[in-house]
Design a protein. Structure first.
Length: 320
């Protein structure tokens, strides 16, 4: 009779009901930065995914238990990597998805790329058979993009075999197997920025009379975010009266700087004298560098001052 009771108990255990493992949506947000910084420096974030099997303790896990992750799809893809994208534009930023924070092991898109969390590795990340599995993401540099909010949704498939309860004789009587789809949403907010101004020194050369100086045309190049709108101003210099002046001691030599090559529209520091990026000589339609070609002239309406070396300092400023 005792043997019969024991046999009945063993058959009753498998009849106990165990719900399938569950999951939840995950998300990660990259630290906000400028488009120019994003182009040159990788940015990290992380997201914690969940495979919740409930039930018993981790001591129930057997050597044949596992959770396998596979990167099955994304709203935007570039080769084997997910891609952050802004609205319907073509601008995008690829993202590396990794198992470890140092990104030694990248989880790539496609059936041939999977990662197996063995029973031993699951022991370090679970509690009561609920597993919080971190994933790490890093943006890929070298992209020229406009400011805005970039997003992508990645879908992982988790295939699991998890024992949640051990019965008599160390037999698993709470084995759960199946697959889950885990959605992960990544967000990256980029702002406009300007980084460099390339303004070469200007020289009029030498001449005996103010009427003998030739006009000089040069280009100032400005690096700002793709698609950004800004204005460029030139200060009035160190010796401004009603015009810009160069100085040699107490002597002055009047000159002016004009937008473009016509010599009619003064380039100055305020209001309409500033130069809009929209009307740059060579606007950055797809890149980040805009060119502003100007003309500088010695004013011939003045009396020729005493001979000497005349200089001035003009500051270029950006407003964006």
């Amino acid at each position: 009779m005792k043997n019969l009771v024991l046999m009945l108990l063993l058959f009753l255990f498998p009849a106990l009901g165990y719900a399938a493992c569950t999951t939840a949506a995950a998300s990660g947000t990259f630290p906000a930065t400028s488009t120019l910084t994003a182009a040159s420096a990788a940015n990290p974030t992380s997201a914690t995914t969940a495979v919740n099997c409930g039930g018993g303790s981790l001591l129930s896990l057997g050597s044949d238990n596992y959770i396998i992750y596979q990167f099955t799809t994304a709203t935007n893809l570039s080769g084997t990597q997910a891609t952050l994208k802004k609205d319907t534009t073509t601008d995008n930023i690829p993202v590396k998805m990794c198992i470890d924070s140092g990104c030694v092991t990248e989880l790539k898109y496609g059936a041939s790329y999977t990662y197996n969390y063995s029973a031993l590795s699951l022991l370090g990340i679970g509690g009561n058979s609920n597993f919080s599995i971190p994933l790490y993401f890093t943006t890929v540099t070298g992209q020229t993009v406009a400011a805005g909010t970039y997003t992508v949704q990645i879908t992982l498939t988790a295939t699991y075999r998890v024992c949640t309860l051990i019965g008599i004789g160390s037999l698993c009587i709470g084995l759960q197997t199946g697959t889950l789809s885990i959605p992960i949403t990544l967000t990256y907010i980029l702002s406009n920025d300007c980084s460099t101004i390339a303004a070469p020194a200007l020289s009029f050369g030498s001449a005996p009379l103010v009427s003998s100086f030739s006009s000089v045309s040069q280009t100032i190049n400005v690096t700002c975010s793709k698609g950004s709108t800004y204005t460029v101003g030139l200060s009035n210099g160190s010796y401004y009266t009603t015009t810009r002046n160069m100085a040699s001691g107490t002597n002055r030599l009047a000159y002016e700087i004009y937008k473009g090559t016509t010599g009619t529209s003064r380039w100055g520091p305020l209001g309409t004298e500033r130069w809009s990026s929209a009307s740059a000589t060579t606007p950055a339609t797809t890149g980040t560098v805009s060119g502003f070609t100007y003309t500088a002239q010695i004013l011939t309406s003045q009396t020729t001052p005493a001979a000497g070396s005349y200089t001035d300092s003009v500051t270029v400023d950006l407003s964006f």
